[in-house]
Design a protein around this ligand. Sequence first.
Ligand SMILES: Cc1cc2nc3c(=O)[nH]c(=O)nc-3n(C[C@H](O)[C@H](O)[C@H](O)COP(=O)(O)OP(=O)(O)OC[C@H]3O[C@@H](n4cnc5c(N)ncnc54)[C@H](O)[C@@H]3O)c2cc1C
Length: 300
Amino acid sequence: MYDLIVIGGGPAGITAAAIALNQRMETLIIAAQWGGQTTYAMQLEDMEGREVVTGEPVLDAFRRQLDYLGFVRRFETVTEVHPEGDAFCVCTSDGDRFETQALVIATGAKPQRLDAPGEVRFSGRGLSYSATTHASLFLGKDVAVVGNGRRAQWAAASLARKSHKVYLVAPEPLVPTPLAGKFATMQNVEVLAGGQVTEVCGDRFVEGVTVAMPDGATRDLPVKGVFVKLRRTPNSDLVREWIDCDAQGHILVDIHCATSWRGAFAAGDVTFVSEQAMVHIGEGAKAAISAQHHLLMLKN
Ligand SMILES: Cc1cc2nc3c(=O)[nH]c(=O)nc-3n(C[C@H](O)[C@H](O)[C@H](O)COP(=O)(O)OP(=O)(O)OC[C@H]3O[C@@H](n4cnc5c(N)ncnc54)[C@H](O)[C@@H]3O)c2cc1C
């Protein structure tokens, strides 16, 4: 019986497992893919000496600790997790079955990609998936945000305070949020309702995006940055039947990363907490510490 099983090998899961091991908990981390999904580095033509501080060096240090302790990692897909009395049972695609007293679910989310020519080529060269991380590199520049939901709207509003002009390319109607009605009064934000990005253009770096409008017109936006903020589906299928989730499937957690099921904690993109690797490193650490407190309660 393990003290803790962490499901997921992204920033949240790696941090949770490393912190738990440092607390001498009997820990196992199971991940389908090691490292999760990240492109931290952004190169731009004129970086103006700016450097973005990311969570990567911290994450790298935790990752190396786990690489060194190979026996705590399993590269498998978890196919089933369920509570068994005060403990949990975790089954994998390789037919393994593990028992644990506490659980951290850090299975991330599936991001919808732009799926347009240029997306891969310009990723990290003007195309970003994290406005929180990279917005400050686009001071005074023109940028596009693609998406219609809460995350796209926050990204557009935040960029509007730094950039010269922000195009919010919304393939579907804006989701009603407290911000949605405010764009009309923001002078440097233009909402392209129903727009579909058909290409990200440039030579070495992003120099523009082409947008097909619903009336058949084409808009060529001369932007230096593109922020992809499309739908993100949380990977919570494993636990949705017994742990409370919101309507989109995000696992609901309290400030200690505790879920609705005692002994089960969650961290990272699978929860509602805003997506940025640095934030999820902190969330993973918090989940591990909360799991430790849970174990201390069980054992004392
Ligand atoms: C393309 C891209 C670029 C990004 N760039 C940046 C950036 O520059 N800066 C930034 O701060 N953020 C960036 N983000 C966001 C950031 O990467 C995520 O917020 C962060 O990775 C979330 O961490 P996580 O640990 O919650 O999940 P993830 O990193 O998604 O990791 C999930 C883990 O769970 C595992 N998993 C899922 N289901 C199972 C299962 N059933 N069994 C076993 N394992 C499972 C996966 O294999 C993976 O290891 C980017 C995101 C994307 C998609």
